[in-house]
Design a protein around this ligand. Structure first.
Ligand SMILES: O=C(O)CCC(=O)C(=O)O
Ligand SMILES: [Fe+2]
Length: 210
């Protein structure tokens, strides 16, 4: 697994980017720029549906980090191994590319694990914890995990669209709406999310009004 910050451009630490193959940097920059436009379209639509100001939405996906995931096959006991334990993403939303269309991703719905069949040439959008907080629970972050294939490797790229690290995320409330989530510092929430072992949506309890 390999993770780098790709947006905004001034946040890139190019010396951490692989220099080989020679086309890598340019391809990644182009890909990242296209994802940024796509993220903007998604956020604009959500903002319109929920009547949230575009500026407020924009602040919440200003940072993009790309994680490349490689899951090798496990010929002996694939049913006993997970590529990724159950978790929800500590993002605003995540855009996933299932690079070689090998199955593995599952989402949890009503207590059951539902396989997500990869659709070639399509992107998958997962709601993350910050979007759940901002919408006061109207959008729910998606609990997911990745299983391992017995004979095929799986490759995916997760694009985490996140608020700026020094910002805060607050629930945007309609009139007479009960506040279900606290205002959280982005750095504090991410620290909390990353310092605990992956355990479904447990990390989000940190942001809930008790
Ligand atoms: O490989 C996948 O399908 C999912 C990866 C994932 O959940 C993540 O990067 O947070
Ligand atoms: Fe994830």
């Amino acid at each position: 697994m390999f993770c780098i910050i790709t947006q905004p451009p001034e946040a890139r630490d190019i010396k951490l980017w692989p220099a080989q193959p020679l086309t890598f940097m340019k391809s990644l920059q182009d890909y990242s720029d296209e994802l940024k436009k796509f993220a903007h379209s998604i956020a604009t639509i959500i903002g319109k549906i929920l009547n949230i100001e575009p500026q407020l939405m924009g602040d919440n996906y200003a940072v993009q980090a790309l994680r490349m995931n490689y899951y090798p096959p496990c010929p002996s006991i694939p049913e006993k191994v997970l590529g990724f334990s159950p978790h929800s993403d500590g993002s605003f939303f995540t855009i996933l590319t299932e690079v070689n269309s090998v199955k593995g991703l599952q989402i949890r719905r009503h207590g059951a694990w539902i396989p997500v069949n990869p659709q070639p040439k399509s992107l998958l959008v997962n709601v993350g914890d910050f979007l759940e907080i901002m919408t006061n629970g109207k959008y729910k972050s998606i609990e997911h995990r990745v299983t391992i294939n017995s004979h095929m490797e799986r490759l995916s790229i997760s694009a985490f669209n996140n608020p700026k690290i020094d910002g805060v995320v607050s629930p945007v409330l309609g009139s007479n709406e009960k506040t279900l989530y606290k205002t959280v510092g982005v750095a504090d929430y991410l620290k909390h999310n990353l310092s605990n072992k992956l355990d479904g949506k447990r990390a989000l309890d940190y942001a809930k009004v008790s």
